[in-house]
Design a protein around this ligand. Structure first.
Ligand code: FEO
Length: 391
């Protein structure tokens, strides 16, 4: 099994998993993903940065064998999720002298999932370093990218920053290194949208810390190594920015067409004023696309008929996803038709309780099919939306 050299005495020993179709049993993967791991041979000690998803344990062991590795001193666990930590027990069995180097939170998490014991670990704090002889690893605790245990490891002498999931991409059709080819952008954006978006508000600080460090390369635990770090840093600056496109998302479902009439009417009002409307059919929506569009959009309009006083079940999943992703939207609106009674506005807004800094526009709920008076209400909603976009 071939092993690729990153720089002198640093090797990529992770694996690609192009056949994986879903991540977290939720997000469709266009070309699978990779679980990146790196072996660093110092003049005195040997360290492995992260491991791989357990089904690929044999692959990493084969690569280490090809490098003639007869022992490992440190296995750095930058993050406890099992796509990176799952092979720790097997590798400790194979290399019994090795110690897992990680922070206290990651130790607790990995001990919760895996058969590991207290003295398998060396616990590090923010700013600690370990020497491998002629190479030094410095640890930076960066909680919530996207778990509380996440940390970065900086290989000082070679200027390589290992950032666990941060800056990652579910991508396998790439060479080891990536410079600034835009083909990676949609994959990195989808990854950011699904995994990192809920924590965007803390990332400005992290991005500044990375820029101050001025790494020569960024090696995330999914996707290629960025040989030109500014490529991915600039994208993260854009995606975490409060500046949005002149765009709104409409997530809609209609049973007999009345709610659809409202969607069409409101869409015309907005598009006539130059606002781009991204329409998602709630029954067949793609979670990755919705997550990506939430990064760029100023607002979200939910269009649902009332079913037994609440929203149609098809819009519940996109509403739930929006709530957990905590996008930095400016406003949310609700429109829809009902027949004999509705509590849809209360129920939908309760489902969006994570979105605390978002303006909630007055709902337009229509009894039966929309009539002239209802169109006036939609005109009013359209004016409010246009005013927010023009601000
Ligand atoms: Fe790639 Fe959070 O694991």
């Amino acid at each position: 099994m071939s092993v690729q050299k990153v720089v002198e005495n640093v090797y990529a020993v992770g694996v690609k998993d192009p056949k994986r179709l879903l991540f977290d049993q939720l997000m469709p993967l266009e070309e699978g993903t990779s679980y990146n791991s790196y072996l660093i041979k110092g003049s005195e000690k040997i360290a492995l940065i992260d491991t791989v998803y357990p089904p690929f344990e044999e692959s990493i062991e084969e690569k280490l064998k090809n490098l003639h590795i007869d022992h490992i001193d440190y296995i750095i666990a930058n993050h406890g999720e099992q796509d990176h930590s799952g092979a720790l027990p097997g590798l400790l069995k194979k290399y019994p002298k090795a110690k897992i180097v990680t922070n206290q939170k990651c130790k607790e998490i990995t001990m919760g999932f895996l058969p590991l014991k207290d003295d398998d670990y060396i616990v590090v704090e923010d700013g600690d370093s370990i020497s491998l002889g002629n190479k030094t690893l410095k640890f930076m605790l960066m909680p919530w990218v996207h778990w509380p245990d996440t940390m970065f490891t900086f290989l000082k002498e070679d200027g390589i920053l290992f950032t666990t999931d941060f800056f990652g991409a579910h991508a396998t059709n790439f060479d080891l290194f990536w410079e600034d080819d835009p083909r990676l952008i949609p994959l990195a954006k989808a990854y950011y949208a699904e995994i990192m978006q809920p924590f965007a508000r803390i990332f400005k600080k992290y991005i500044s810390q990375v820029e101050e460090l001025n790494p020569q390369m960024i090696a995330s635990s999914h996707g290629p190594i960025y040989k030109k770090p500014s490529f991915i840093i600039d994208l993260y600056k854009k995606w975490t920015s409060e500046n949005k496109k002149n765009q709104v998302i409409i997530v809609a479902v209609s049973m007999y067409g009345s709610t659809n009439l409202m969607v069409d009417y409101l869409t015309n009002i907005l598009t006539e004023k130059g606002i781009s409307v991204k329409y998602f059919d709630a029954v067949h929506f793609n979670a990755t696309s919705l997550a990506s569009e939430l990064i760029d959009s100023m607002g979200l309009i939910i269009a649902t008929p009332t079913v037994l006083t609440g929203p149609h079940p098809a819009v519940v999943m996109p509403i739930f996803l929006t709530n957990v992703l905590k996008p930095t939207l400016k406003y949310i609106a609700l429109i829809g038709s009902y027949s004999w009674g509705t509590l849809v506005d209360k129920q939908v807004m309760n489902m969006l309780n994570n979105l605390k800094d978002v303006q909630i526009l007055p709902p337009v709920l229509v009894k039966g099919t929309p009539k002239e008076a209802d169109k006036l209400a939609l005109d009013g909603l359209g004016e409010e939306i246009i005013a927010i976009h023009n601000k």
